[in-house]
Design a protein around this ligand. Structure first.
Ligand SMILES: *Cc1c(COP(=O)(O)O)cnc(C)c1O
Length: 219
């Protein structure tokens, strides 16, 4: 299969999952994760109709997306990797959605840049559902207070929650936990599910799935 065939395959598997979960078609958005792939490998996916993409590094995204965005007007770019405060200005300038807000300092930097640049980008809070030491994200127990802090003290409107379950565990309980936390925070958006588990994530209510290798091939 070439990259366009793999894209169509992923899109039809998303539709099948939406149907079997009794959800409206299009209720789970595909974020095509293009990290490590060059602009030339991304263009066929844009030609195939995909408009929403994810990158995990600010600097890498800066090397390819200004040009790709100039070529196609309605691209939506998501930051799905950790963000440092000193990159907040660059991230707010380039990305349309930042999915990885996970501490007060970064929430404040992003909120300041949104105001300074007048760019009303959307943001998600990343939750470390598996409490993994090496992984970014706020602890599940701290999520509600952190979302409230963002909303009420920092002036940062949160759109949803994002998680990356531990690689060696059944992701189901992590997806369920993220859905429960979102409900408590009165948030409707859930970014969860990758190439290996996006169908399961849709059963648990994912409103966006982040799929890389199933579209672009192995990295
Ligand atoms: C790389 C990455 C993905 C995509 O992973 P695949 O297994 O290639 O689909 C999704 N989410 C995050 C945060 C990533 O870094």
């Amino acid at each position: 299969m070439d990259v366009e065939a793999r894209l169509s395959d992923v899109v039809s598997r998303i539709h099948d999952s939406e149907r079997s979960a009794g959800r409206p078609l299009g209720s789970a958005q595909l974020v095509a994760v293009s990290k490590t792939f060059e602009a030339d490998a991304i263009r066929p996916v844009i030609s195939g109709g995909q408009r929403v993409f994810g990158e995990n590094r600010v600097q890498e995204a800066q090397s390819k997306w200004p040009l790709l965005k100039a070529e196609t007007s309605d691209i939506e770019l998501h930051l799905i990797g950790p963000l440092q405060s000193n990159k907040a200005a660059d991230a707010v300038a380039l990305f349309d959605v930042i999915e990885t807000i996970d501490r007060e300092k970064i929430a404040r930097s992003v909120a300041d840049e949104i105001r300074r640049q007048g760019r009303p980008i959307r943001v998600y809070v990343q939750v470390n559902t598996g409490l993994e030491l090496q992984k970014a994200g706020i602890a599940p127990d701290d999520t509600e207070a952190f979302v409230t802090l963002c909303r009420e003290q920092i002036g940062l409107e949160i759109e949803g929650l994002m998680c990356i379950p531990p690689a060696d565990e059944n992701p189901g309980p992590h997806f369920a936990l993220l859905a429960t936390l979102a409900e408590r925070c009165k948030l409707e958006k859930l970014s969860m599910g990758m190439s290996g588990d996006f169908e399961a994530a849709i059963q648990f209510g994912a409103t966006s799935v982040r799929v890389g290798s199933a579209i672009f091939g192995i990295r």
